[in-house]
Ligand binder design. Structure first.
Ligand code: ADP
Ligand code: MG
Length: 683
């Protein structure tokens, strides 16, 4: 019965699951709290005292046994609702007891419901430190007598049955000795039942390291196998298209970072192995042109390429800017999204299959099965945060030889996250903005300053600039969000009446062609103001816009705010971002706004975002499935993660097949977990 419950409630199916159900804290059983010192902040307490009295109160469902114990400082109530009959028999008035349990307060007085009782002996009165594990549990389990402490009894019963051979060492000797790690067997024992804190910490560190290390090793293996064994299409010539564009149609000189990244891509795509590359660059660093040049490289080598964006607006915009950049060249670019008309879709699909179309831009529509290419050689995914790993994998299947894949992030992601979620990818960074950009001035304003903010916008518009007003969007289709936006629109319109001013509005409920018209009007400066939800968030590029007003800014995450802010500051004019909020703000929100006002550095903001929110909330990480460490955290265990990466990289550099004797343990462990790795490729 209890077994079934453990399965249902905590997914504990096997001994191994129980072994890996780690305690969340330990309680020093020898620590006795004087009764007058217990307080609301305490959770589990242990007190010791003499039983003074007990009696049975109430009837039927209200029936309970209430007892009191007394130490030198005060009296505490103990209550039982169940097993009264049994408890009554063992209680002895006048006896000294050790009492342990979860502290509660009833009518202002401390009490423990269903405490654990032990008669106090000399041994437990002055024993050495005894750390008892307390485990995560659920209310339902507690009701069935499986509280966080009684799981300890199960674990305690399990441990003696486990022998060192059941938990064989899996790390090389050198790693253990240099880092003074306990053995794997000791670590498992001590994380549950340590003799002291030091032992616990050592066990915890070793097991955290193990998690991080094997994750890193798996990633590094996938990467190394790809470098060594994968088959990839060859982009070995830089031909007429690339050169013509580069020499005659490039509207600006590339930045040093853009040139460096292009070179990395060229080397990587010319080796005959598949490229899988992550391109990180801050907002506005110019990733689009790098994508286009890579697509031209593919075309020069007679391969098709696709560029996939997360929203229709963005796909449309990429399509527009690529088409216009290429307008004097003879190359066919198409757009495919969910709202492409049926006839047009049919034409595109057959042109892709015949190879007539060399480049295509689109949304998720591109990965549908009906989309077949003649010879797809390159797939670029823009703004990766919104794509899952599975979708990336589907792209690979679009050709018998998997196409090269370039993933571009919207804003930087923290290093520890890149290492864990994208550790199997090669990595390029654009850490330089195009010349002439002025840092965006960001300020936080209260709702009460709205008239002044509106005057400021008027002034900017009078100088020929344009402005965005962004409203929060919680769910794309939420009615409330929509009403909010409409209210905002009316409000903005009251300040900026026609015909002096014209306003564009874009939101998720609009038909694609209406969105497109509204976007184009703003882009052409036919409208001076864009009112929008966050559909505008990624990628939209209107260099003449110089003011970004974010309404209810406290409701956005840091990276999202940074991404939104990146819609301005794309031209040479000084730009402004104004974060509007009400006056009541949580500490976290205040902190976010403060960081944003203080820096424009997306790499720094990404780190702060991770610290403030934790990895679970960062977009895109949930699907990736690689963040679910049991013990380790990419926020709190950065150093350990770095160590794990260094060691796994060194190991594979020296012994890429893990074939030497000293790496035998590792290899065996990986083989035993096969299926989760690409080890089979090597074996
Ligand atoms: P993001 O990296 O955010 O996708 P974009 O590719 O949209 O950035 O580029 C931002 C803006 O900077 C665009 O208007 C683009 O034309 C311009 N740009 C890109 N590279 C350069 C460059 N080397 N010099 C000048 N302007 C550039
Ligand atoms: Mg972009």
């Amino acid at each position: 019965m209890r077994g079934d419950l453990l399965k249902k409630e905590l997914s504990l199916f096997t001994f191994n699951d129980l072994l890996e159900h780690f305690p969340y804290r330990h309680l020093d059983k020898t620590k006795i709290t004087p009764i007058n010192q217990v307080n609301l902040q305490m959770d589990y307490v242990q007190v010791a005292g003499r039983l003074t009295d007990f009696e049975i109160l109430g009837e039927r469902k209200g029936k309970r046994l209430v007892a009191h114990i007394k130490d030198a400082t005060g009296t505490m109530e103990l209550t039982w609702f169940q097993g009264i009959h049994w408890v009554e028999k063992i209680l002895a008035i006048g006896e000294e007891y050790l009492v342990f349990g979860k502290l509660g307060f009833f009518m202002g007085k401390p009490q423990i419901v269903h405490p654990e009782l032990e008669i106090r002996t000399q041994q437990n009165a002055d024993g050495k430190q005894l750390l008892e594990p307390i485990y995560p549990t659920t209310e339902k389990l507690k009701a069935k007598g499986l509280n966080g402490r009684s799981i300890a009894k199960l674990t305690a019963a399990l441990l003696p049955q486990i022998h060192p051979k059941d938990l064989p060492e899996n790390l090389p000797d050198a790693v253990i000795s240099t880092n003074q790690f306990p053995t794997r067997y000791d670590a498992y024992r001590n994380i549950h039942f340590p003799a002291d804190n030091e032992q616990y910490e050592a066990a915890l560190t070793r097991l955290k390291f193990e998690e991080l290390f094997f994750a890193q090793l798996r990633m590094a293996l996938i990467k190394s196998n790809r470098h060594r064994f994968s088959k990839g299409v060859m982009f070995d010539k830089v031909g007429a298209l690339f050169n013509d564009f580069y020499n005659h149609h490039l509207p600006f000189e590339l930045t040093g970072a853009q040139k460096r990244v292009l070179k990395e891509i060229r080397i990587d795509t010319a080796r005959g192995h598949q490229m899988n590359r992550l391109l990180q660059g801050d907002v506005g660093s110019g990733k689009t042109i790098v994508a286009l040049l890579t697509m031209l490289l593919a075309a020069d080598n007679d391969y098709q390429s696709c560029l996939m964006a997360p929203t229709e607006i963005l796909a449309q915009q990429h399509f527009n800017s690529i088409s216009s950049l290429l307008k004097e060249m003879k190359i066919d670019v198409k757009l495919l999204t969910g709202s492409t008309k049926k006839a047009e879709r049919q034409r595109i699909l057959s042109a892709l299959q015949s190879g007539e179309v060399q480049m295509i831009v689109g949304t998720h529509a591109l990965i549908e099965e009906v989309v077949q290419f003649k010879n797809l050689g390159l797939a670029i995914v823009d703004e990766q945060h919104r794509f899952g790993v599975a979708q990336r994998a589907e792209l690979k299947l679009k050709n018998t030889i998997p196409p090269h894949i370039l993933v571009m992030t919207a804003t930087p992601i923290p290093r520890t996250m890149a290492m864990t979620a994208y550790g199997d990818l090669d990595y390029s960074v654009m850490d330089e903005l195009p010349p002439g950009r002025k840092a965006i001035t960001t300020v936080h304003r209260n709702e009460s300053a709205r008239p002044a903010v509106m005057d400021f916008v008027k002034q900017e518009i009078a100088n020929g600039r344009q402005a965005y007003f962004i409203y929060p969007l919680i769910e794309e289709s939420s009615k409330l969000d929509f009403e909010n936006l409409m209210k905002g629109y009316a409000e903005v319109k009251a300040f900026f009446p026609e015909p002096k001013y014209y306003i564009s509005m874009v939101h998720g409920k609009q038909k694609a062609d209406l969105k497109e018209t509204n976007m184009m009007r703003f882009k052409k400066n036919d409208t001076q103001i864009m009112v929008s939800t966050t559909v505008i968030e990624v990628g939209v590029d209107v260099p003449n816009a110089s003011v970004m007003i974010i309404e209810s800014a406290e409701r956005f995450g840091l990276s999202q705010l940074h991404q939104l802010r990146g819609r301005v500051g794309r031209g040479s004019e000084q730009s402004f971002c104004i974060l509007l909020t009400g006056s009541k703000l949580s500490n976290d929100a205040r902190e976010r706004l403060k960081i944003l006002c203080a820096t424009n550095d997306g790499f720094l903001i990404a780190e702060k975002d991770l610290e403030l929110r934790g990895p679970g909330d960062i977009e895109g990480t949930k699907q990736s499935g690689v963040m679910d460490f049991k013990l380790a955290s990419i926020v709190h265990d950065k150093e350990l993660l770095e160590l794990a990466k260094t060691i796994s990289d060194d190991l594979l550099n020296e012994d890429p097949d893990l074939s030497s004797a000293k790496n035998l343990l590792l290899k065996n462990f990986l083989l035993s977990k096969k299926g989760k790795t690409e080890w089979s490729r090597v074996a």
